[in-house]
Design a protein around this ligand. Structure first.
Ligand code: HEC
Length: 141
């Protein structure tokens, strides 16, 4: 009997594994220690969040929290929760074409964020994000 149960459990496990991608359980890019995560969340709230939030509807957070646009980036408008989301979903990666830093610095005006006629970030603003991303990346395990 226990053999059958083992088999059923085994099948259940295999199914749970194969269903993971179907259920949208993406892998996490958060490999920080708890202590580092706390430090970087505080830094994020102080240094990066004001840049993302400014501009109201025309800002990063404002536009990326509306239902109207189609993007995998969805802000909730809460610095702590949005930090966790950005970290987990890989938006802080230094070298990913879909990350915050890549899109803010993209030389292609069709890809550069914010889009259209909205003013590009200044060098000083970009440096804040670039430094944050580099420091965070160094702590990833
Ligand atoms: C007026 C609306 C608007 C504003 C403001 C805006 N975005 Fe976007 N963003 C979009 C749309 C629409 C897309 C999806 C199309 C594309 O990839 O270009 C997008 C895509 C992105 C992506 C790629 C995520 C994905 O969907 O793959 C990132 C990262 C991003 N934006 C970051 C930012 C940042 C950072 C800012 C602020 C500097 C910003 N955006 C401001 C509309 C906006």
């Amino acid at each position: 009997m226990s053999g059958t149960r083992g088999m059923v459990l085994g099948l259940g496990l295999v199914c749970a594994l194969c269903l993971r991608p179907v259920m949208g359980q993406a892998p996490s890019f958060d490999h920080l220690s708890d202590a580092d995560r706390q430090v970087f969340q505080q830094r994020f709230e102080k240094e990066v969040w004001p840049l993302l939030q400014r501009g109201g509807k025309d800002g990063c957070v404002g536009c990326h929290s509306q239902g109207k646009i189609v993007s995998s980036l969805r802000f909730r408008g809460d610095a702590g929760k949005d930090f966790a989301m950005l970290l987990k979903e890989g938006f802080f990666l230094p070298d990913d074409a879909g990350s915050l830093l890549s899109r803010v610095t993209d030389p292609d005006p069709k890809r550069r964020m914010p889009p259209g006629k909205l003013p590009a970030w200044s060098e000083a603003d970009i440096k804040v994000l670039r430094t944050f991303v580099a420091d965070l990346d160094r702590k990833q395990k």
